[in-house]
Design a protein around this ligand. Structure first.
Ligand code: CP
Length: 314
């Protein structure tokens, strides 16, 4: 198995073979998560710092669990409890952490480009756990993993990403990842929540009418309206947004019988969908995506940090 990456920051630097290697490795590691003893010695002796300077539930908890299940030593760090509030720069913070001889830094930050800066300041491997509106590569990996479990192949698969495209770092990684794997991607949302140049994301189609697009989709990937990134009142209003772009029980009649529903979380019920669709027993794979998060993060850590033995035979 040839895997030559040191960092996971920009998913466009990964080939289809690289992505498939991570997905296959993640599937193998899912065995560990199903065992009574959920631990392998794969990264024993490695030290990983989780530097989360922005809130997170899924990404932070699954990275920490993934590291522990691979037997790495982990340190959780970041936000308002660090000396950055006293004026220490990101680079000086990273150099301080490096003095401890760490192997990997997982970075979430509200500033686009922060993981790249960290990678320039540190000899450690760096994983982007979400930076501003830029990228969220491990989210894209867990999305690919979940979609593959249901649809088997990406070739010709039609995926609609619906909602607040303009504020979404998920799109920054998921659109190129789906294109690398051979899927067709449609971005759907109100013009007011599109980026200035949506074509630059590399999707096959930009659409503004969800009802017209839904019958063509194999995967309906809903996004949260990121109200925390919108200054003033959103337009359209949340109520109008739900009426035009909410995935509701009434809209299910427009969906293909085997179309699945994804969402990166956190979800806002009553905005991007109603509870009937969010919890749909046959279509919603949202909690499967959460589970996939730990599998792909174990795989990425193992491959980036050169774990000698995946420990699965033990
Ligand atoms: N999807 C995602 O990144 O969720 P968190 O912000 O909870 O980590």
């Amino acid at each position: 198995m040839a895997f030559h990456h040191k960092h996971l920051i920009d998913i466009t630097e990964y080939s289809d073979t690289d992505l498939m290697t991570i997905l296959d490795t993640a599937r193998a590691f899912s065995q560990v998560n199903e065992r009574a003893i959920k631990k392998v010695p794969t990264l024993r002796g490695k030290t990983i710092v989780n530097m989360f300077n922005e809130p997170s539930t899924r990404t932070r908890s699954s990275f920490e669990l993934a590291e522990k299940r691979l037997s790495a030593d982990t340190m959780n760090f970041g936000g308002s409890s660090t000396s950055t509030v006293k004026g220490e720069s990101l680079i000086d913070t990273v150099k301080t952490l490096d003095a401890y001889k760490i192997d990997c830094i997982v970075v979430r930050d509200k500033h686009a480009g922060a993981p790249h800066i960290v990678s320039q300041a540190s000899p450690a491997s760096v994983i982007d756990a979400g930076d501003g509106k830029h990228q969220h590569p491990t989210q894209a990996l867990l999305d690919l993993y979940s979609i593959r479990e249901h649809k088997k192949s990406f070739e010709g698969l039609r995926v609609g990403i619906v909602g607040d495209i303009g504020h979404s770092r998920v799109c920054g990684s998921l659109v190129p990842a789906l294109k690398i794997m051979g899927a067709e991607v449609v971005l759907v949302g109100p013009g007011t929540l599109m980026p200035a140049c949506p074509e630059a994301l590399g999707a096959d189609q930009i659409a503004y009418d969800l009802d017209a697009i839904l019958p063509d989709l194999d995967v309906v990937y809903m996004l949260r309206v990121q109200l925390e990134r919108i200054e003033g009142a959103p337009f359209p209003s949340v109520r109008e947004y739900h009426r035009l772009f909410g995935l509701t029980k009434n809209r299910e009649r427009l969906m293909r019988p085997d179309a699945i529903i994804c969402h990166p979380g956190p979800i806002n019920r009553g905005v991007e969908f109603d509870s009937y669709m969010a919890d749909h027993p046959d279509r919603s794979v949202i909690l499967e995506q959460v589970y996939a998060g730990i599998c792909v993060r174990m795989a990425a850590l193992y491959l980036l940090l050169g774990g000698a033995d995946n420990g699965l035979s033990a």
